[in-house]
Design a protein around this ligand. Structure first.
Ligand code: NAP
Length: 666
């Protein structure tokens, strides 16, 4: 249940001292889990009004008593009679307490899932693995964190699969983005798989190297290495009706091959194709220029004049990280951004708290749940448009107005003596329209004498630097484009051809992607998309949460296909349309649908293509309750003549000749 043996090597005094670093609310929940004593909740539970640290305040004497009691339990030699979490009464009381309100049954299941204790979260065969699974190879495109989630499911079920990634290592966006200051702005303890939690994060908000190390560890731990084909670029995926197979053209090491699979899962994500403005005269520029996701490690910025284009999440991390080292930093902001200061964002997790997390599993579990609850949908109230709102310009409801006022105060305080920049830094659009930025020291950066804030888009290169839209030249040795990604043109890095020769571009146009649950698209049978259309979280959540919801759905569908001998499963048109019209109606209620400001959440026509309107809990519930009924299925078994062993891949001489040009650029 609870106590790890290494606890035994510490004295009572040492354990008690380490508990000083622990969060009291989480300790209380852990204590009740360890003892099953719900009377403790009756006595002290009222001090937990919600999952965020600000919502629980314990008088010092009670906090002391909780620590003493936890110490006593940890140092007691008596083994617990049973696991209190198995007692519904204890568990329900705990779940209600952690939320600070009565929770629904779905939320209870979610709490269990986040603790890694919900059995249904691990998709399994209904009655043993059918041998047919051997002839159902799956190809996963991409080796980022979403892709790894489905790979882990397939591995557990011993379904043959191959992971293709053009990069030479795993990690996806966390491999590619290596710019200074790169890190996550979701709390670390929620930025991991619920079934592979990491108690050892060194920071409350981890930096890129630690996240990449975590992803690599998962690949090792779950035995995925043997399934990887790295340095392999997918050029196209074409569905072959006769064999019910996807036929992929892939290039690796100068050779083009064909890979066939019964199902394809795209894990390429939405933030992988850099968007760089096409500016005249780049060939004239004598310095270096590159995108934030294509950081040039050879360039030493020390003492250089740098122009940083953009002020989104990437720029917000890059600017403050490089400002102390460069001779000058000029920021070109096209439109201002709201910036939020977050407690603990820059802090290390104290060693003693790491010890508590690593050695008291009950504490670690409730810490995870509290972190999840303090992130999921936390900003939703400020993003819901109040149709009757009559408040100040640049606000959409009362919560939004309050948020705006807090952000103005925060940004003003951060600017210090540079108040003359405040008007230039403050957006006129309401907060939550764009992705809220967690502050990396952006406003403070402009207190430095070597920084300059320019409002205006980048317009052209000169030999000496960059000209902004007002015709002003900014001299530079290095230009950094933190200008984001081609988000609306999803799955653009390879061609996808579905049933009857229909391409994904036919179905979606250039930038109008739609899917059922963001995962499956009519006319593209046996194809699944991770982090697809309208699955981005805009009001607080975690991409790991989304990846788990989506990969759980995909794993169940693939299992059912194999168990029922389904050749093809294609989402029903009526299901797809119904989902999308409900989604459009929900999106109308949210701030991103207002035609205000620019955001990558919308396409150029103004439709929200990136964000989902549902709460995280609702979306998870939709993915876990959806069944094969949403599909049109065909049971025709594939022609044995075209049947194949796992992940068949053939060298294709014709394709090699045809794609020779592509390979050079792969
Ligand atoms: P982004 O949020 O799309 O920001 C791009 C920036 O470039 C915007 O400020 C945009 O201005 C500006 N821009 C585009 N073209 C321009 C031009 N011609 N001249 C001047 N400015 C121009 O991209 P990002 O910062 O790379 O972030 C993308 C997403 O990645 C984030 O929203 C987040 O989901 C993720 N991310 C997360 C983290 C984190 O966890 N901390 C860090 C980095 C990225 P406008 O605002 O006017 O359009």
């Amino acid at each position: 249940m609870v106590v790890k043996s290494e606890l035994r090597s510490l004295s009572r005094h040492e354990i008690r001292r380490k508990l000083e670093a622990a969060d009291t609310a989480t300790l209380l929940l852990a204590l009740v889990e360890m003892t099953g004593d719900t009377t403790l909740l009756a006595r002290w539970g009222r001090h937990i009004e919600g999952p965020t640290p600000e919502t629980s305040t314990f008088p010092a004497a009670i906090a002391e008593e909780i620590r003493d009691r936890v110490t006593a339990v940890l140092t007691s030699s008596a083994a617990p009679a049973s696991d209190p979490l198995q007692d519904p009464l204890v568990f329900h009381r705990l779940a209600d307490t952690v939320a600070g309100r009565p929770v629904t049954e779905t939320e209870r299941d979610l709490v269990l899932k986040e603790m890694g204790l919900l059995e249904e979260a691990f998709v399994d065969w209904r009655s043993g693995r059918p041998s047919r699974a051997d002839t159902f190879p799956v190809v996963i495109i991409g080796a980022g964190l979403s892709a790894i989630a489905i790979a882990i499911h397939l591995k557990r079920m011993a379904i043959p699969f191959t992971i293709l990634d053009r990069n030479t290592d795993v990690g996806g966006t966390w491999l590619v983005n290596t710019y200074p200051g790169c890190g996550v702005d979701i709390a670390s303890h929620y930025f991991s798989y619920s079934f592979a939690r990491n108690p050892g994060w060194t920071r409350y908000y981890a930096k890129q190297p630690e996240i990449l190390a975590y992803v690599r560890d998962c690949v090792q731990e779950f035995g995925l290495t043997e399934h990887l084909q790295l340095g392999t670029t997918v050029h196209s995926a074409v569905f072959d009706e006769d064999s019910a197979q996807w036929v992929l053209r892939v290039a690796a090491g100068g050779e083009v091959r064909t890979v066939r699979a019964r199902a394809v899962v795209s894990g390429v994500g939405s933030l992988s194709v850099p968007s760089v403005p096409a500016l005249e005269g780049q060939e004239r520029f004598a310095g270096k220029a590159f995108h934030s996701a294509e950081w040039d490690p050879e360039v030493d910025l020390a003492g250089k004049r740098v122009v940083l284009v953009g002020n989104g999440a990437s720029a917000n991390q890059i600017g403050p990280a490089i400002a102390p080292h460069v001779s000058s930093l000029t920021v070109l902001q096209r439109s201002p951004q709201w910036i939020n200061g977050v407690a603990g964002y820059h802090s290390n997790v104290p060693m003693d708290e790491r010890w508590v997390l690593a050695n008291i599993p009950a504490y670690e579990r409730w810490f995870r749940v509290r972190t999840m609850m303090s992130m999921n949908d936390i900003m939703r109230p400020a993003a819901l448009v109040d149709p009757d709102w009559d408040g100040p310009e640049g606000t959409i409801n009362a919560a939004n107005q309050k948020l705006r006022e807090r952000l103005v105060r925060y940004m003003s305080d951060e600017l210090g003596e540079k108040q003359e920049l405040l008007a230039q830094l403050l957006p006129s659009y309401p907060p939550m329209m764009k992705r809220m930025l967690r502050d990396n020291g952006w406003c403070r950066m402009f207190r430095r004498a070597n920084t300059e804030l320019v409002t205006g888009a980048a317009a052209a290169f000169t030999e000496r630097g960059l000209v902004d839209e007002h015709g002003v030249e900014h001299e530079a040795d290095v230009v950094i484009f933190a200008t984001g990604f081609r988000t609306a043109r999803q799955l653009s890095s390879f061609e996808v051809v579905g049933r009857d020769g229909v391409t994904l571009r036919d179905a979606w146009g250039e930038e109008d992607p739609r899917a059922y649950l963001g995962i499956v698209v009519p006319q593209f049978p046996n194809m699944f998309i991770l982090y697809g259309p309208n699955t981005n979280v805009g009001v607080g959540g975690s991409i790991f949460f989304q990846a788990e919801a989506q990969s759980g759905f995909i794993a169940r569908m693939i299992r059912d296909m194999i168990e029922r001998d389904v050749a093809t499963a294609e989402v029903r048109q009526d299901v797809f349309e119904d989902y999308n019209s409900r989604m459009d109606a929900e999106l109308e209620k949210l701030i991103w649908s207002l035609p205000v400001g620019s955001t990558w959440y919308r396409n150029s026509k103004g439709r929200v293509t990136a964000n989902m309107p549902w709460t995280s809990t609702d979306y998870w519930d939709m993915t876990r309750t959806a069944s094969m009924d949403v599909f049109d299925v065909r049971y025709v078994a594939p022609d044995p003549a075209t049947d194949f062993d796992a992940a068949v891949s053939e060298s294709d001489d014709d394709l090699n000749r045809e794609l020779e040009g592509d390979v050079t650029h792969a």
